[in-house]
Design a protein around this ligand. Sequence first.
Ligand code: F6P
Length: 353
Amino acid sequence: MHVGVLTGGGDCPGLNAVIRAVTLALLADGVRVTGIERGFLGLVERRVRPLDAAAVAGILAEGGTILGTHNQANPFAWFGAGGADVSADTMAYVRELGLDALVAIGGDGTMSIAHRFERLGLPVVGVPKTIDNDIAHNERSFGFDSAVAVVAEALDRLATTARSHGRVMIAETMGRYAGWIALEGGLAGGADVILIPEQPFSVEAVAARCRANEQAGGHTLICIAEGAAARGEAMTVMRTIESSPDPIRLGGVGHWLQQRLQPLVASEVRTTLLGHVQRGGTPTAFDRVLATRFGVAAAQLVQQRRFGHMVALQGSACTAVPIADVADRNRRVPPDDELWRAAQAIGVCLGEV
Ligand code: F6P
């Protein structure tokens, strides 16, 4: 048997741990493994390399992906060919390589492309990847714990400087559609205010918390997800301010909030955009273990010929869910989420009026 492995979408701590585990587990079963470079780009541009024990040695704790990745590489709408569908050529290359199956490690976009290849006759197993922790039917993604650790450390550091100056400090986290990083990172870092995409926030409610802290002689730590939006204020507001077609990527919301907040409070307001620092670097021990479990589980799915499935963590068990149920869906923070309720219970301001 011959299996291809690729990593698609944005990178994430723990990708190499998955590549290592899936490769070693497949090799142990006598399967030949080929790494596809830069996600689906490698299948279109014919860039592959063999994966053996030597190729994956020493990569467990390394951030990023040794295979490389690409955000835009979709053979069904190829950016290099004006959006044309090049999937037939891609499948011809798959047959030339003699691939019997593909292990696709990626987010909902990668799962959606993988699902389409499955329908063209390439058996696929998926492994969920996202620091945002928002892939449907998967309770924990590797990379998320590493990102949360970065946010918590940043808030710890911001707290000491905020305290010294009596300031309002805004830390903007990743999380375009879901607020898991801001919620868990904010709780871990002792944020006074946590703002997430799932709950439109009121600038006045945030300002009221800052003023209350000022009166008590304290500072305020605000943790806001990049996808958060003020009640009644569309993202177009940020577009105008940032003069960009894609303000979310510029991380506009933290600076936008600073501008709105400053006239309403006495303290100085400062913003730190945590950005890709949350995505880079070495995975935490938790993420290394979870990624290893996912890699082994993916190899088992291949061995059992359970194609069309994505590995998922449900409760404490590694299980498998149909890729069709996952593609192009997001797992967002529900209104009754336990963490959200915990934040409410300890008096964290969540931006509600
Ligand atoms: O992986 C998802 C994510 O971390 C989002 O939170 C963020 O908006 C996005 O990646 C940014 O990725 P890039 O800058 O690579 O497009």
